[in-house]
Design a protein around this ligand. Structure first.
Ligand SMILES: NC(=O)c1ccc[n+]([C@@H]2O[C@H](COP(=O)([O-])OP(=O)(O)OC[C@H]3O[C@@H](n4cnc5c(N)ncnc54)[C@H](O)[C@@H]3O)[C@@H](O)[C@H]2O)c1
Length: 508
């Protein structure tokens, strides 16, 4: 498994340069080093600040080529060339990856089959900016099967699966993305998706808000012909609400992040299923009896704790919110301040969506061999920047694994440079992404087909009935049989027999 190899077959030591104050300076140094071939890829990458859901996912072909895809002329087997990806030759491998994902995304495939005849997205021209993985390829191909035309780029510089991008290009998708894009290339790819001959997008599917932001800044007139924005991430949604509040949102937007079928499944169950995988692949650690501190007991923290407890770890939680803290108590977990266990715990996992939750003071006090990682969206939950001082040495021991070494020889094991552990070091379950992508597809269908005036220049949640529909599509996989309300019961509860079954304020 490539994720377990040491970079370039040997360990890299990097003494941090205290002068690297800014990201720009750091990137400039990295670029110079790359050019001089001093190192192929720096062990500490200070590239684009990760936004919202910004993640890096596991890809099997990440460091194959030093030539920027922008400098290559590529055509697919049908002579199509409106794309920019790492290597079109890997299309067959990527197609197999997509087919494997389809197997675990039965509900999205079912939605594709059910709606294919109606073509509810006929006439939709969707510009998309998401992670480019086998699972998102299933979404892209579903949208096309439902009648949409699309152009697509990556919402994150690291998360593209190159072979999947190749498969999409081979299938004549205009796709602009490769793993490990430079900052400037990232924005170039977005630009290529927005503007092209004979192309004027009328829908946006965004994850993080960078695409929407680009259109606002450079192509505001495009909004005139647009029907809506569908946004997936916490940060992107936050930006949209700010725009709406200041009267600057010129078209309707749908917040899919807060759909129940996204939040309760992606955040809770997906993390429960993937956190151990990320830790295992990078450290080979055994969990039984290990003391683990999980910072934050929201959805992600709950999933993380549940997985760890299942394998016999001794779990502690730190929380700021008394309700979540009490929930942890009820689940039999000790609630502590980080400072109480910082010297003794074996593993630290941040799951808060906050910043500097694990700071340099904590890191200074940890014991030799302590493992530190993050499951929250941004790479600032652990104050990684505070570890970039002259007194500490960084040693890259494996892909996504750095040892940070103190002057007395103490080593702290930092995973994925503080970025999302599961998306950087393992995979996330396709089934969960089927739920998330169904939600996105339905949000696009809803906005595209909504009668004039249903949605104004504001941010909306997906109608509850659609949330319930997404869930019901997935029940068939488990041969789960829903109970139907009797007429009498429906009357008693004041419900329609076909839903929605809960009010919007219900918390699940
Ligand atoms: N890794 C993944 O696959 C994945 C999936 C979904 C979401 N996320 C990200 O994970 C983060 C958490 O998501 P969530 O749905 O659990 O959010 P949430 O709001 O439900 O939970 C976060 C919890 O952290 C607590 N918290 C905040 N600051 C804290 C601090 N300083 N110390 C201790 N606790 C603190 C909050 O009180 C809250 O209970 C977000 O950044 C989200 O974007 C990651």
């Amino acid at each position: 498994m490539e994720g377990l190899k040491a970079i370039n077959g040997k360990h890299e030591h990097v003494k941090f340069d205290a002068k690297l104050g800014s990201t720009d300076e750091a990137n400039a140094l990295i670029a110079t080093r790359r050019k001089s071939k001093e190192i192929r890829r720096p062990s500490i990458t200070l590239s684009r600040e990760f936004s919202t859901t910004s993640t890096a996912s596991y890809s099997s072909s990440d460091e194959e080529d030093d030539i920027s895809p922008r400098d290559k002329e590529q055509r697919n087997s049908k002579n199509f060339s409106d794309f920019c990806i790492r290597n079109i030759k890997h299309a067959d491998f990527g197609r197999r990856e997509i087919e494997i994902a389809e197997q675990e995304m039965p509900a999205l495939m079912d939605l594709r089959r059910r709606a294919q005849a109606d073509k509810p997205l006929n006439g939709a021209r969707i510009v998309g900016c998401t992670h480019i993985s086998a699972q998102s390829a299933v979404l892209i191909e579903t949208l096309t099967a439902l009648g949409a035309r699309v152009r697509w780029c990556a919402c994150n510089i690291y998360s593209t699966q190159n072979e999947v991008a190749a498969a999409l290009a081979e299938a004549e998708y205009s796709i602009f993305a490769w793993k490990a894009e430079e900052e400037e290339e990232f924005w170039w790819c977005i630009e290529k998706c927005i503007s092209a001959d004979n192309w004027q997008p009328n829908m946006i599917l965004d994850d993080g808000g960078d695409l929407t932001h680009s259109i606002i800044k450079k192509y505001p007139t495009l909004f005139k012909g647009m029907k809506g924005i569908v946004e997936e991430s916490v940060t992107g949604v936050h930006r949209l609400y700010q725009l709406a509040k200041t009267g600057k949102l010129s078209i309707p937007a749908m917040n899919v992040n807060d759909s129940v079928t996204k939040q309760k499944f992606d955040n809770l169950y997906s993390c429960r299923e993937s956190v151990l995988d990320g830790l295992k692949r990078t450290t080979d650690i055994m969990f039984g009896g290990k003391q683990v501190v999980v910072c934050g007991y929201g959805e992600v923290g709950k999933g993380t704790c549940s997985a760890l407890k299942g394998l016999g770890a001794v779990v502690y939680v730190s929380e700021i919110d008394p309700i979540c803290a009490l929930q942890a108590c009820m689940d039999g977990i000790r609630v502590v301040r980080l400072s109480e266990v910082v010297k003794t715990a074996d593993i630290f996992i941040s799951c808060t969506g906050n910043k500097n939750v694990i700071n340099r003071d904590h890191l200074d006090k940890m014991k030799n061999g302590a493992i530190v990682c993050n499951m929250g969206h941004s790479n600032t939950e652990i104050d990684v920047a505070s570890l970039k001082t002259n007194d500490l040495t960084w040693e890259k021991v494996r892909s996504q694994v750095d040892h940070v070494i103190w002057p007395d020889g103490k080593r702290v094991v930092l995973l994925a440079e503080g970025r999302l552990l599961n998306l950087s070091c393992s995979t996330v379950p396709s089934f969960v992404l089927s739920i998330t992508h169904c939600t996105q597809a339905l949000a696009l269908i809803e906005m595209f087909n909504a009668p004039e005036g249903r949605y104004k220049q504001d941010v909306y949640l997906l109608p509850k009935k659609m949330d319930e529909y997404v869930a019901s599509l997935h029940l068939a996989t488990f041969d789960a049989h829903l109970t139907e309300l009797t007429d009498d019961q429906a009357k008693y509860l004041g419900l329609n027999k076909s839903g929605p079954f809960k009010p919007n304020y219900y918390r699940y």
